[in-house]
Design a protein around this ligand. Structure first.
Ligand code: CA
Length: 227
Protein backbone atom coordinates (compact mmCIF):
# COMPACT_ATOMS: atom_id res chain seq x y z
CA UNK A 1 0.00 0.00 0.00
CA UNK A 2 1.12 3.49 -0.74
CA UNK A 3 3.84 2.19 -3.06
CA UNK A 4 1.41 1.99 -5.96
CA UNK A 5 1.23 -1.79 -5.76
CA UNK A 6 -2.27 -3.25 -5.77
CA UNK A 7 -3.56 -4.31 -2.38
CA UNK A 8 -3.78 -8.06 -1.97
CA UNK A 9 -7.17 -9.37 -0.88
CA UNK A 10 -7.38 -12.96 0.34
CA UNK A 11 -10.85 -14.40 -0.15
CA UNK A 12 -11.60 -17.54 1.89
CA UNK A 13 -14.88 -18.91 0.60
CA UNK A 14 -15.98 -22.43 -0.34
CA UNK A 15 -19.04 -21.37 -2.32
CA UNK A 16 -17.95 -21.24 -5.99
CA UNK A 17 -20.52 -18.69 -7.13
CA UNK A 18 -20.03 -16.29 -4.20
CA UNK A 19 -16.25 -16.67 -4.34
CA UNK A 20 -16.03 -16.03 -8.05
CA UNK A 21 -18.37 -13.02 -7.83
CA UNK A 22 -16.17 -11.57 -5.08
CA UNK A 23 -12.99 -12.33 -7.01
CA UNK A 24 -14.31 -10.68 -10.19
CA UNK A 25 -15.64 -7.57 -8.45
CA UNK A 26 -12.43 -7.08 -6.47
CA UNK A 27 -10.25 -7.64 -9.53
CA UNK A 28 -12.37 -5.15 -11.49
CA UNK A 29 -11.56 -2.60 -8.79
CA UNK A 30 -7.84 -3.11 -9.15
CA UNK A 31 -7.13 -5.47 -6.28
CA UNK A 32 -4.91 -8.50 -6.50
CA UNK A 33 -7.17 -11.34 -5.44
CA UNK A 34 -6.19 -14.70 -4.01
CA UNK A 35 -8.88 -17.23 -3.32
CA UNK A 36 -8.74 -20.19 -0.92
CA UNK A 37 -11.59 -22.70 -0.76
CA UNK A 38 -11.03 -23.94 2.77
CA UNK A 39 -9.43 -23.14 6.09
CA UNK A 40 -6.42 -25.41 5.64
CA UNK A 41 -5.28 -23.74 2.42
CA UNK A 42 -5.91 -20.28 3.90
CA UNK A 43 -3.78 -21.16 6.93
CA UNK A 44 -1.05 -22.45 4.62
CA UNK A 45 -1.27 -19.32 2.46
CA UNK A 46 -0.93 -17.03 5.47
CA UNK A 47 2.38 -18.59 6.45
CA UNK A 48 3.91 -16.72 3.51
CA UNK A 49 3.69 -12.93 3.04
CA UNK A 50 0.41 -11.74 4.56
CA UNK A 51 -2.26 -10.16 2.35
CA UNK A 52 -3.55 -6.63 3.04
CA UNK A 53 -6.99 -7.86 4.05
CA UNK A 54 -8.82 -11.19 4.50
CA UNK A 55 -12.48 -11.76 3.63
CA UNK A 56 -13.36 -14.86 5.60
CA UNK A 57 -16.46 -17.01 5.16
CA UNK A 58 -17.81 -18.11 8.53
CA UNK A 59 -19.01 -21.48 7.21
CA UNK A 60 -16.07 -23.34 5.72
CA UNK A 61 -16.04 -27.09 5.04
CA UNK A 62 -13.09 -27.94 7.28
CA UNK A 63 -13.05 -25.34 10.05
CA UNK A 64 -15.39 -22.84 11.64
CA UNK A 65 -14.58 -19.37 10.31
CA UNK A 66 -14.64 -17.91 13.81
CA UNK A 67 -12.08 -20.45 15.03
CA UNK A 68 -9.89 -19.74 12.04
CA UNK A 69 -10.27 -16.01 12.66
CA UNK A 70 -9.09 -16.43 16.23
CA UNK A 71 -5.95 -18.30 15.21
CA UNK A 72 -5.18 -15.86 12.37
CA UNK A 73 -5.53 -12.99 14.79
CA UNK A 74 -2.94 -14.49 17.13
CA UNK A 75 -0.37 -14.49 14.34
CA UNK A 76 -1.39 -11.27 12.58
CA UNK A 77 -2.35 -8.60 15.05
CA UNK A 78 -3.04 -5.76 12.60
CA UNK A 79 -4.45 -7.70 9.65
CA UNK A 80 -7.98 -6.56 8.74
CA UNK A 81 -10.23 -9.64 8.82
CA UNK A 82 -13.79 -9.21 7.61
CA UNK A 83 -16.05 -12.15 8.37
CA UNK A 84 -18.62 -12.87 5.68
CA UNK A 85 -21.51 -14.82 7.07
CA UNK A 86 -25.11 -15.79 6.56
CA UNK A 87 -25.52 -15.84 10.32
CA UNK A 88 -26.49 -12.32 11.23
CA UNK A 89 -27.92 -12.69 14.69
CA UNK A 90 -26.45 -10.42 17.30
CA UNK A 91 -24.85 -13.34 19.14
CA UNK A 92 -22.88 -14.32 16.04
CA UNK A 93 -21.68 -10.76 15.66
CA UNK A 94 -20.45 -10.78 19.24
CA UNK A 95 -18.75 -14.16 18.76
CA UNK A 96 -17.07 -12.87 15.61
CA UNK A 97 -15.76 -9.77 17.27
CA UNK A 98 -14.57 -11.80 20.25
CA UNK A 99 -12.71 -13.96 17.75
CA UNK A 100 -10.83 -10.86 16.67
CA UNK A 101 -12.70 -10.02 13.46
CA UNK A 102 -12.30 -6.41 12.34
CA UNK A 103 -15.72 -6.30 10.78
CA UNK A 104 -18.74 -8.19 9.50
CA UNK A 105 -20.65 -8.50 6.27
CA UNK A 106 -23.80 -10.59 6.23
CA UNK A 107 -24.96 -12.66 3.26
CA UNK A 108 -26.61 -11.83 0.99
CA UNK A 109 -24.49 -8.72 0.66
CA UNK A 110 -24.30 -5.99 -1.92
CA UNK A 111 -20.97 -6.03 -3.72
CA UNK A 112 -20.80 -2.24 -3.33
CA UNK A 113 -21.04 -2.56 0.43
CA UNK A 114 -18.33 -5.21 0.44
CA UNK A 115 -16.07 -3.02 -1.69
CA UNK A 116 -16.70 -0.05 0.60
CA UNK A 117 -15.70 -2.17 3.61
CA UNK A 118 -12.53 -3.26 1.89
CA UNK A 119 -11.67 0.36 1.05
CA UNK A 120 -12.43 1.49 4.59
CA UNK A 121 -10.27 -1.20 6.20
CA UNK A 122 -7.38 -0.70 3.83
CA UNK A 123 -7.56 3.00 4.58
CA UNK A 124 -7.69 2.21 8.29
CA UNK A 125 -4.61 0.01 8.00
CA UNK A 126 -2.88 2.83 6.16
CA UNK A 127 -4.40 5.63 8.17
CA UNK A 128 -1.51 7.97 8.91
CA UNK A 129 -1.95 9.84 5.63
CA UNK A 130 -5.58 10.57 6.46
CA UNK A 131 -4.91 12.35 9.76
CA UNK A 132 -4.37 15.65 8.00
CA UNK A 133 -6.57 18.68 8.65
CA UNK A 134 -9.20 19.27 5.98
CA UNK A 135 -10.28 22.80 5.08
CA UNK A 136 -13.44 23.39 3.06
CA UNK A 137 -14.42 27.05 2.80
CA UNK A 138 -14.51 28.40 6.35
CA UNK A 139 -14.82 24.91 7.84
CA UNK A 140 -11.84 23.10 9.30
CA UNK A 141 -12.00 19.41 10.19
CA UNK A 142 -9.36 17.99 12.57
CA UNK A 143 -9.44 14.16 12.26
CA UNK A 144 -7.00 13.51 15.12
CA UNK A 145 -8.92 15.56 17.69
CA UNK A 146 -12.41 14.85 16.34
CA UNK A 147 -13.01 18.59 16.15
CA UNK A 148 -14.71 20.83 13.63
CA UNK A 149 -14.45 24.61 13.43
CA UNK A 150 -16.33 27.20 11.44
CA UNK A 151 -13.82 30.04 11.45
CA UNK A 152 -12.64 30.05 15.07
CA UNK A 153 -15.87 28.60 16.44
CA UNK A 154 -15.92 24.94 17.48
CA UNK A 155 -18.98 23.00 16.30
CA UNK A 156 -20.15 20.40 18.82
CA UNK A 157 -20.83 17.14 16.99
CA UNK A 158 -21.70 13.66 18.10
CA UNK A 159 -19.26 10.94 17.11
CA UNK A 160 -21.24 9.58 14.14
CA UNK A 161 -21.99 13.09 12.93
CA UNK A 162 -18.29 13.84 13.01
CA UNK A 163 -17.34 10.67 11.14
CA UNK A 164 -20.00 11.32 8.54
CA UNK A 165 -18.76 14.89 8.05
CA UNK A 166 -15.17 13.66 7.86
CA UNK A 167 -16.06 11.21 5.09
CA UNK A 168 -17.99 13.85 3.13
CA UNK A 169 -15.13 16.34 3.60
CA UNK A 170 -12.51 13.90 2.37
CA UNK A 171 -14.63 13.43 -0.73
CA UNK A 172 -15.62 17.12 -0.94
CA UNK A 173 -17.16 17.92 -4.31
CA UNK A 174 -17.88 14.26 -5.04
CA UNK A 175 -21.02 12.27 -4.42
CA UNK A 176 -20.80 9.73 -1.61
CA UNK A 177 -23.47 7.03 -1.76
CA UNK A 178 -25.65 6.24 1.24
CA UNK A 179 -24.41 2.65 1.12
CA UNK A 180 -20.80 3.73 1.35
CA UNK A 181 -21.59 6.10 4.22
CA UNK A 182 -23.35 3.29 6.03
CA UNK A 183 -20.47 0.91 5.43
CA UNK A 184 -17.73 3.32 6.48
CA UNK A 185 -19.33 5.28 9.32
CA UNK A 186 -21.44 2.52 10.83
CA UNK A 187 -19.09 -0.44 11.17
CA UNK A 188 -21.60 -3.14 11.82
CA UNK A 189 -24.88 -4.12 10.31
CA UNK A 190 -26.89 -4.04 13.52
CA UNK A 191 -30.21 -2.44 12.61
CA UNK A 192 -28.85 0.60 10.83
CA UNK A 193 -30.60 1.65 7.66
CA UNK A 194 -30.01 4.41 5.14
CA UNK A 195 -32.68 6.40 7.03
CA UNK A 196 -30.14 6.70 9.83
CA UNK A 197 -27.77 8.37 7.40
CA UNK A 198 -30.47 10.86 6.35
CA UNK A 199 -31.19 11.75 9.97
CA UNK A 200 -27.51 12.42 10.67
CA UNK A 201 -27.21 14.59 7.57
CA UNK A 202 -30.14 16.69 8.80
CA UNK A 203 -28.41 17.12 12.15
CA UNK A 204 -25.19 18.17 10.45
CA UNK A 205 -27.00 20.74 8.28
CA UNK A 206 -28.61 22.20 11.37
CA UNK A 207 -25.31 22.46 13.24
CA UNK A 208 -23.23 23.75 10.35
CA UNK A 209 -25.76 26.38 9.30
CA UNK A 210 -24.87 28.43 6.22
CA UNK A 211 -21.13 27.76 6.41
CA UNK A 212 -21.26 24.47 4.51
CA UNK A 213 -23.80 22.99 2.14
CA UNK A 214 -24.43 19.24 2.05
CA UNK A 215 -26.36 18.63 -1.16
CA UNK A 216 -28.75 15.71 -1.56
CA UNK A 217 -28.24 13.70 -4.72
CA UNK A 218 -31.64 12.14 -5.01
CA UNK A 219 -31.72 8.36 -4.79
CA UNK A 220 -27.93 8.17 -4.51
CA UNK A 221 -26.40 9.98 -1.59
CA UNK A 222 -24.81 13.26 -0.56
CA UNK A 223 -22.17 15.68 -1.73
CA UNK A 224 -20.37 18.29 0.30
CA UNK A 225 -20.45 21.37 -1.90
CA UNK A 226 -17.19 23.22 -2.53
CA UNK A 227 -17.16 26.77 -3.84
CA1 CA B 1 -19.51 -21.36 3.13
Amino acid sequence: MGSGAAAVVLVVEDDESIGSAMRDALADHGYTVEWCLDGASATERLKTSPPDIVLLDAGLPDVDGFTLCRSLREEHRDLPIVIVTARDSEIDIVVGLDAGASDYVTKPFSMNVLLARVRAHLRGADSKASDETIQVGTMRVEPVDYEVFIGDEAVPLRRREFELLLLLSREAGRVVTRERILAEVWDLHWETSTKTVDVHVLALRRKLGDAIEIATVRGVGYRLVTQ
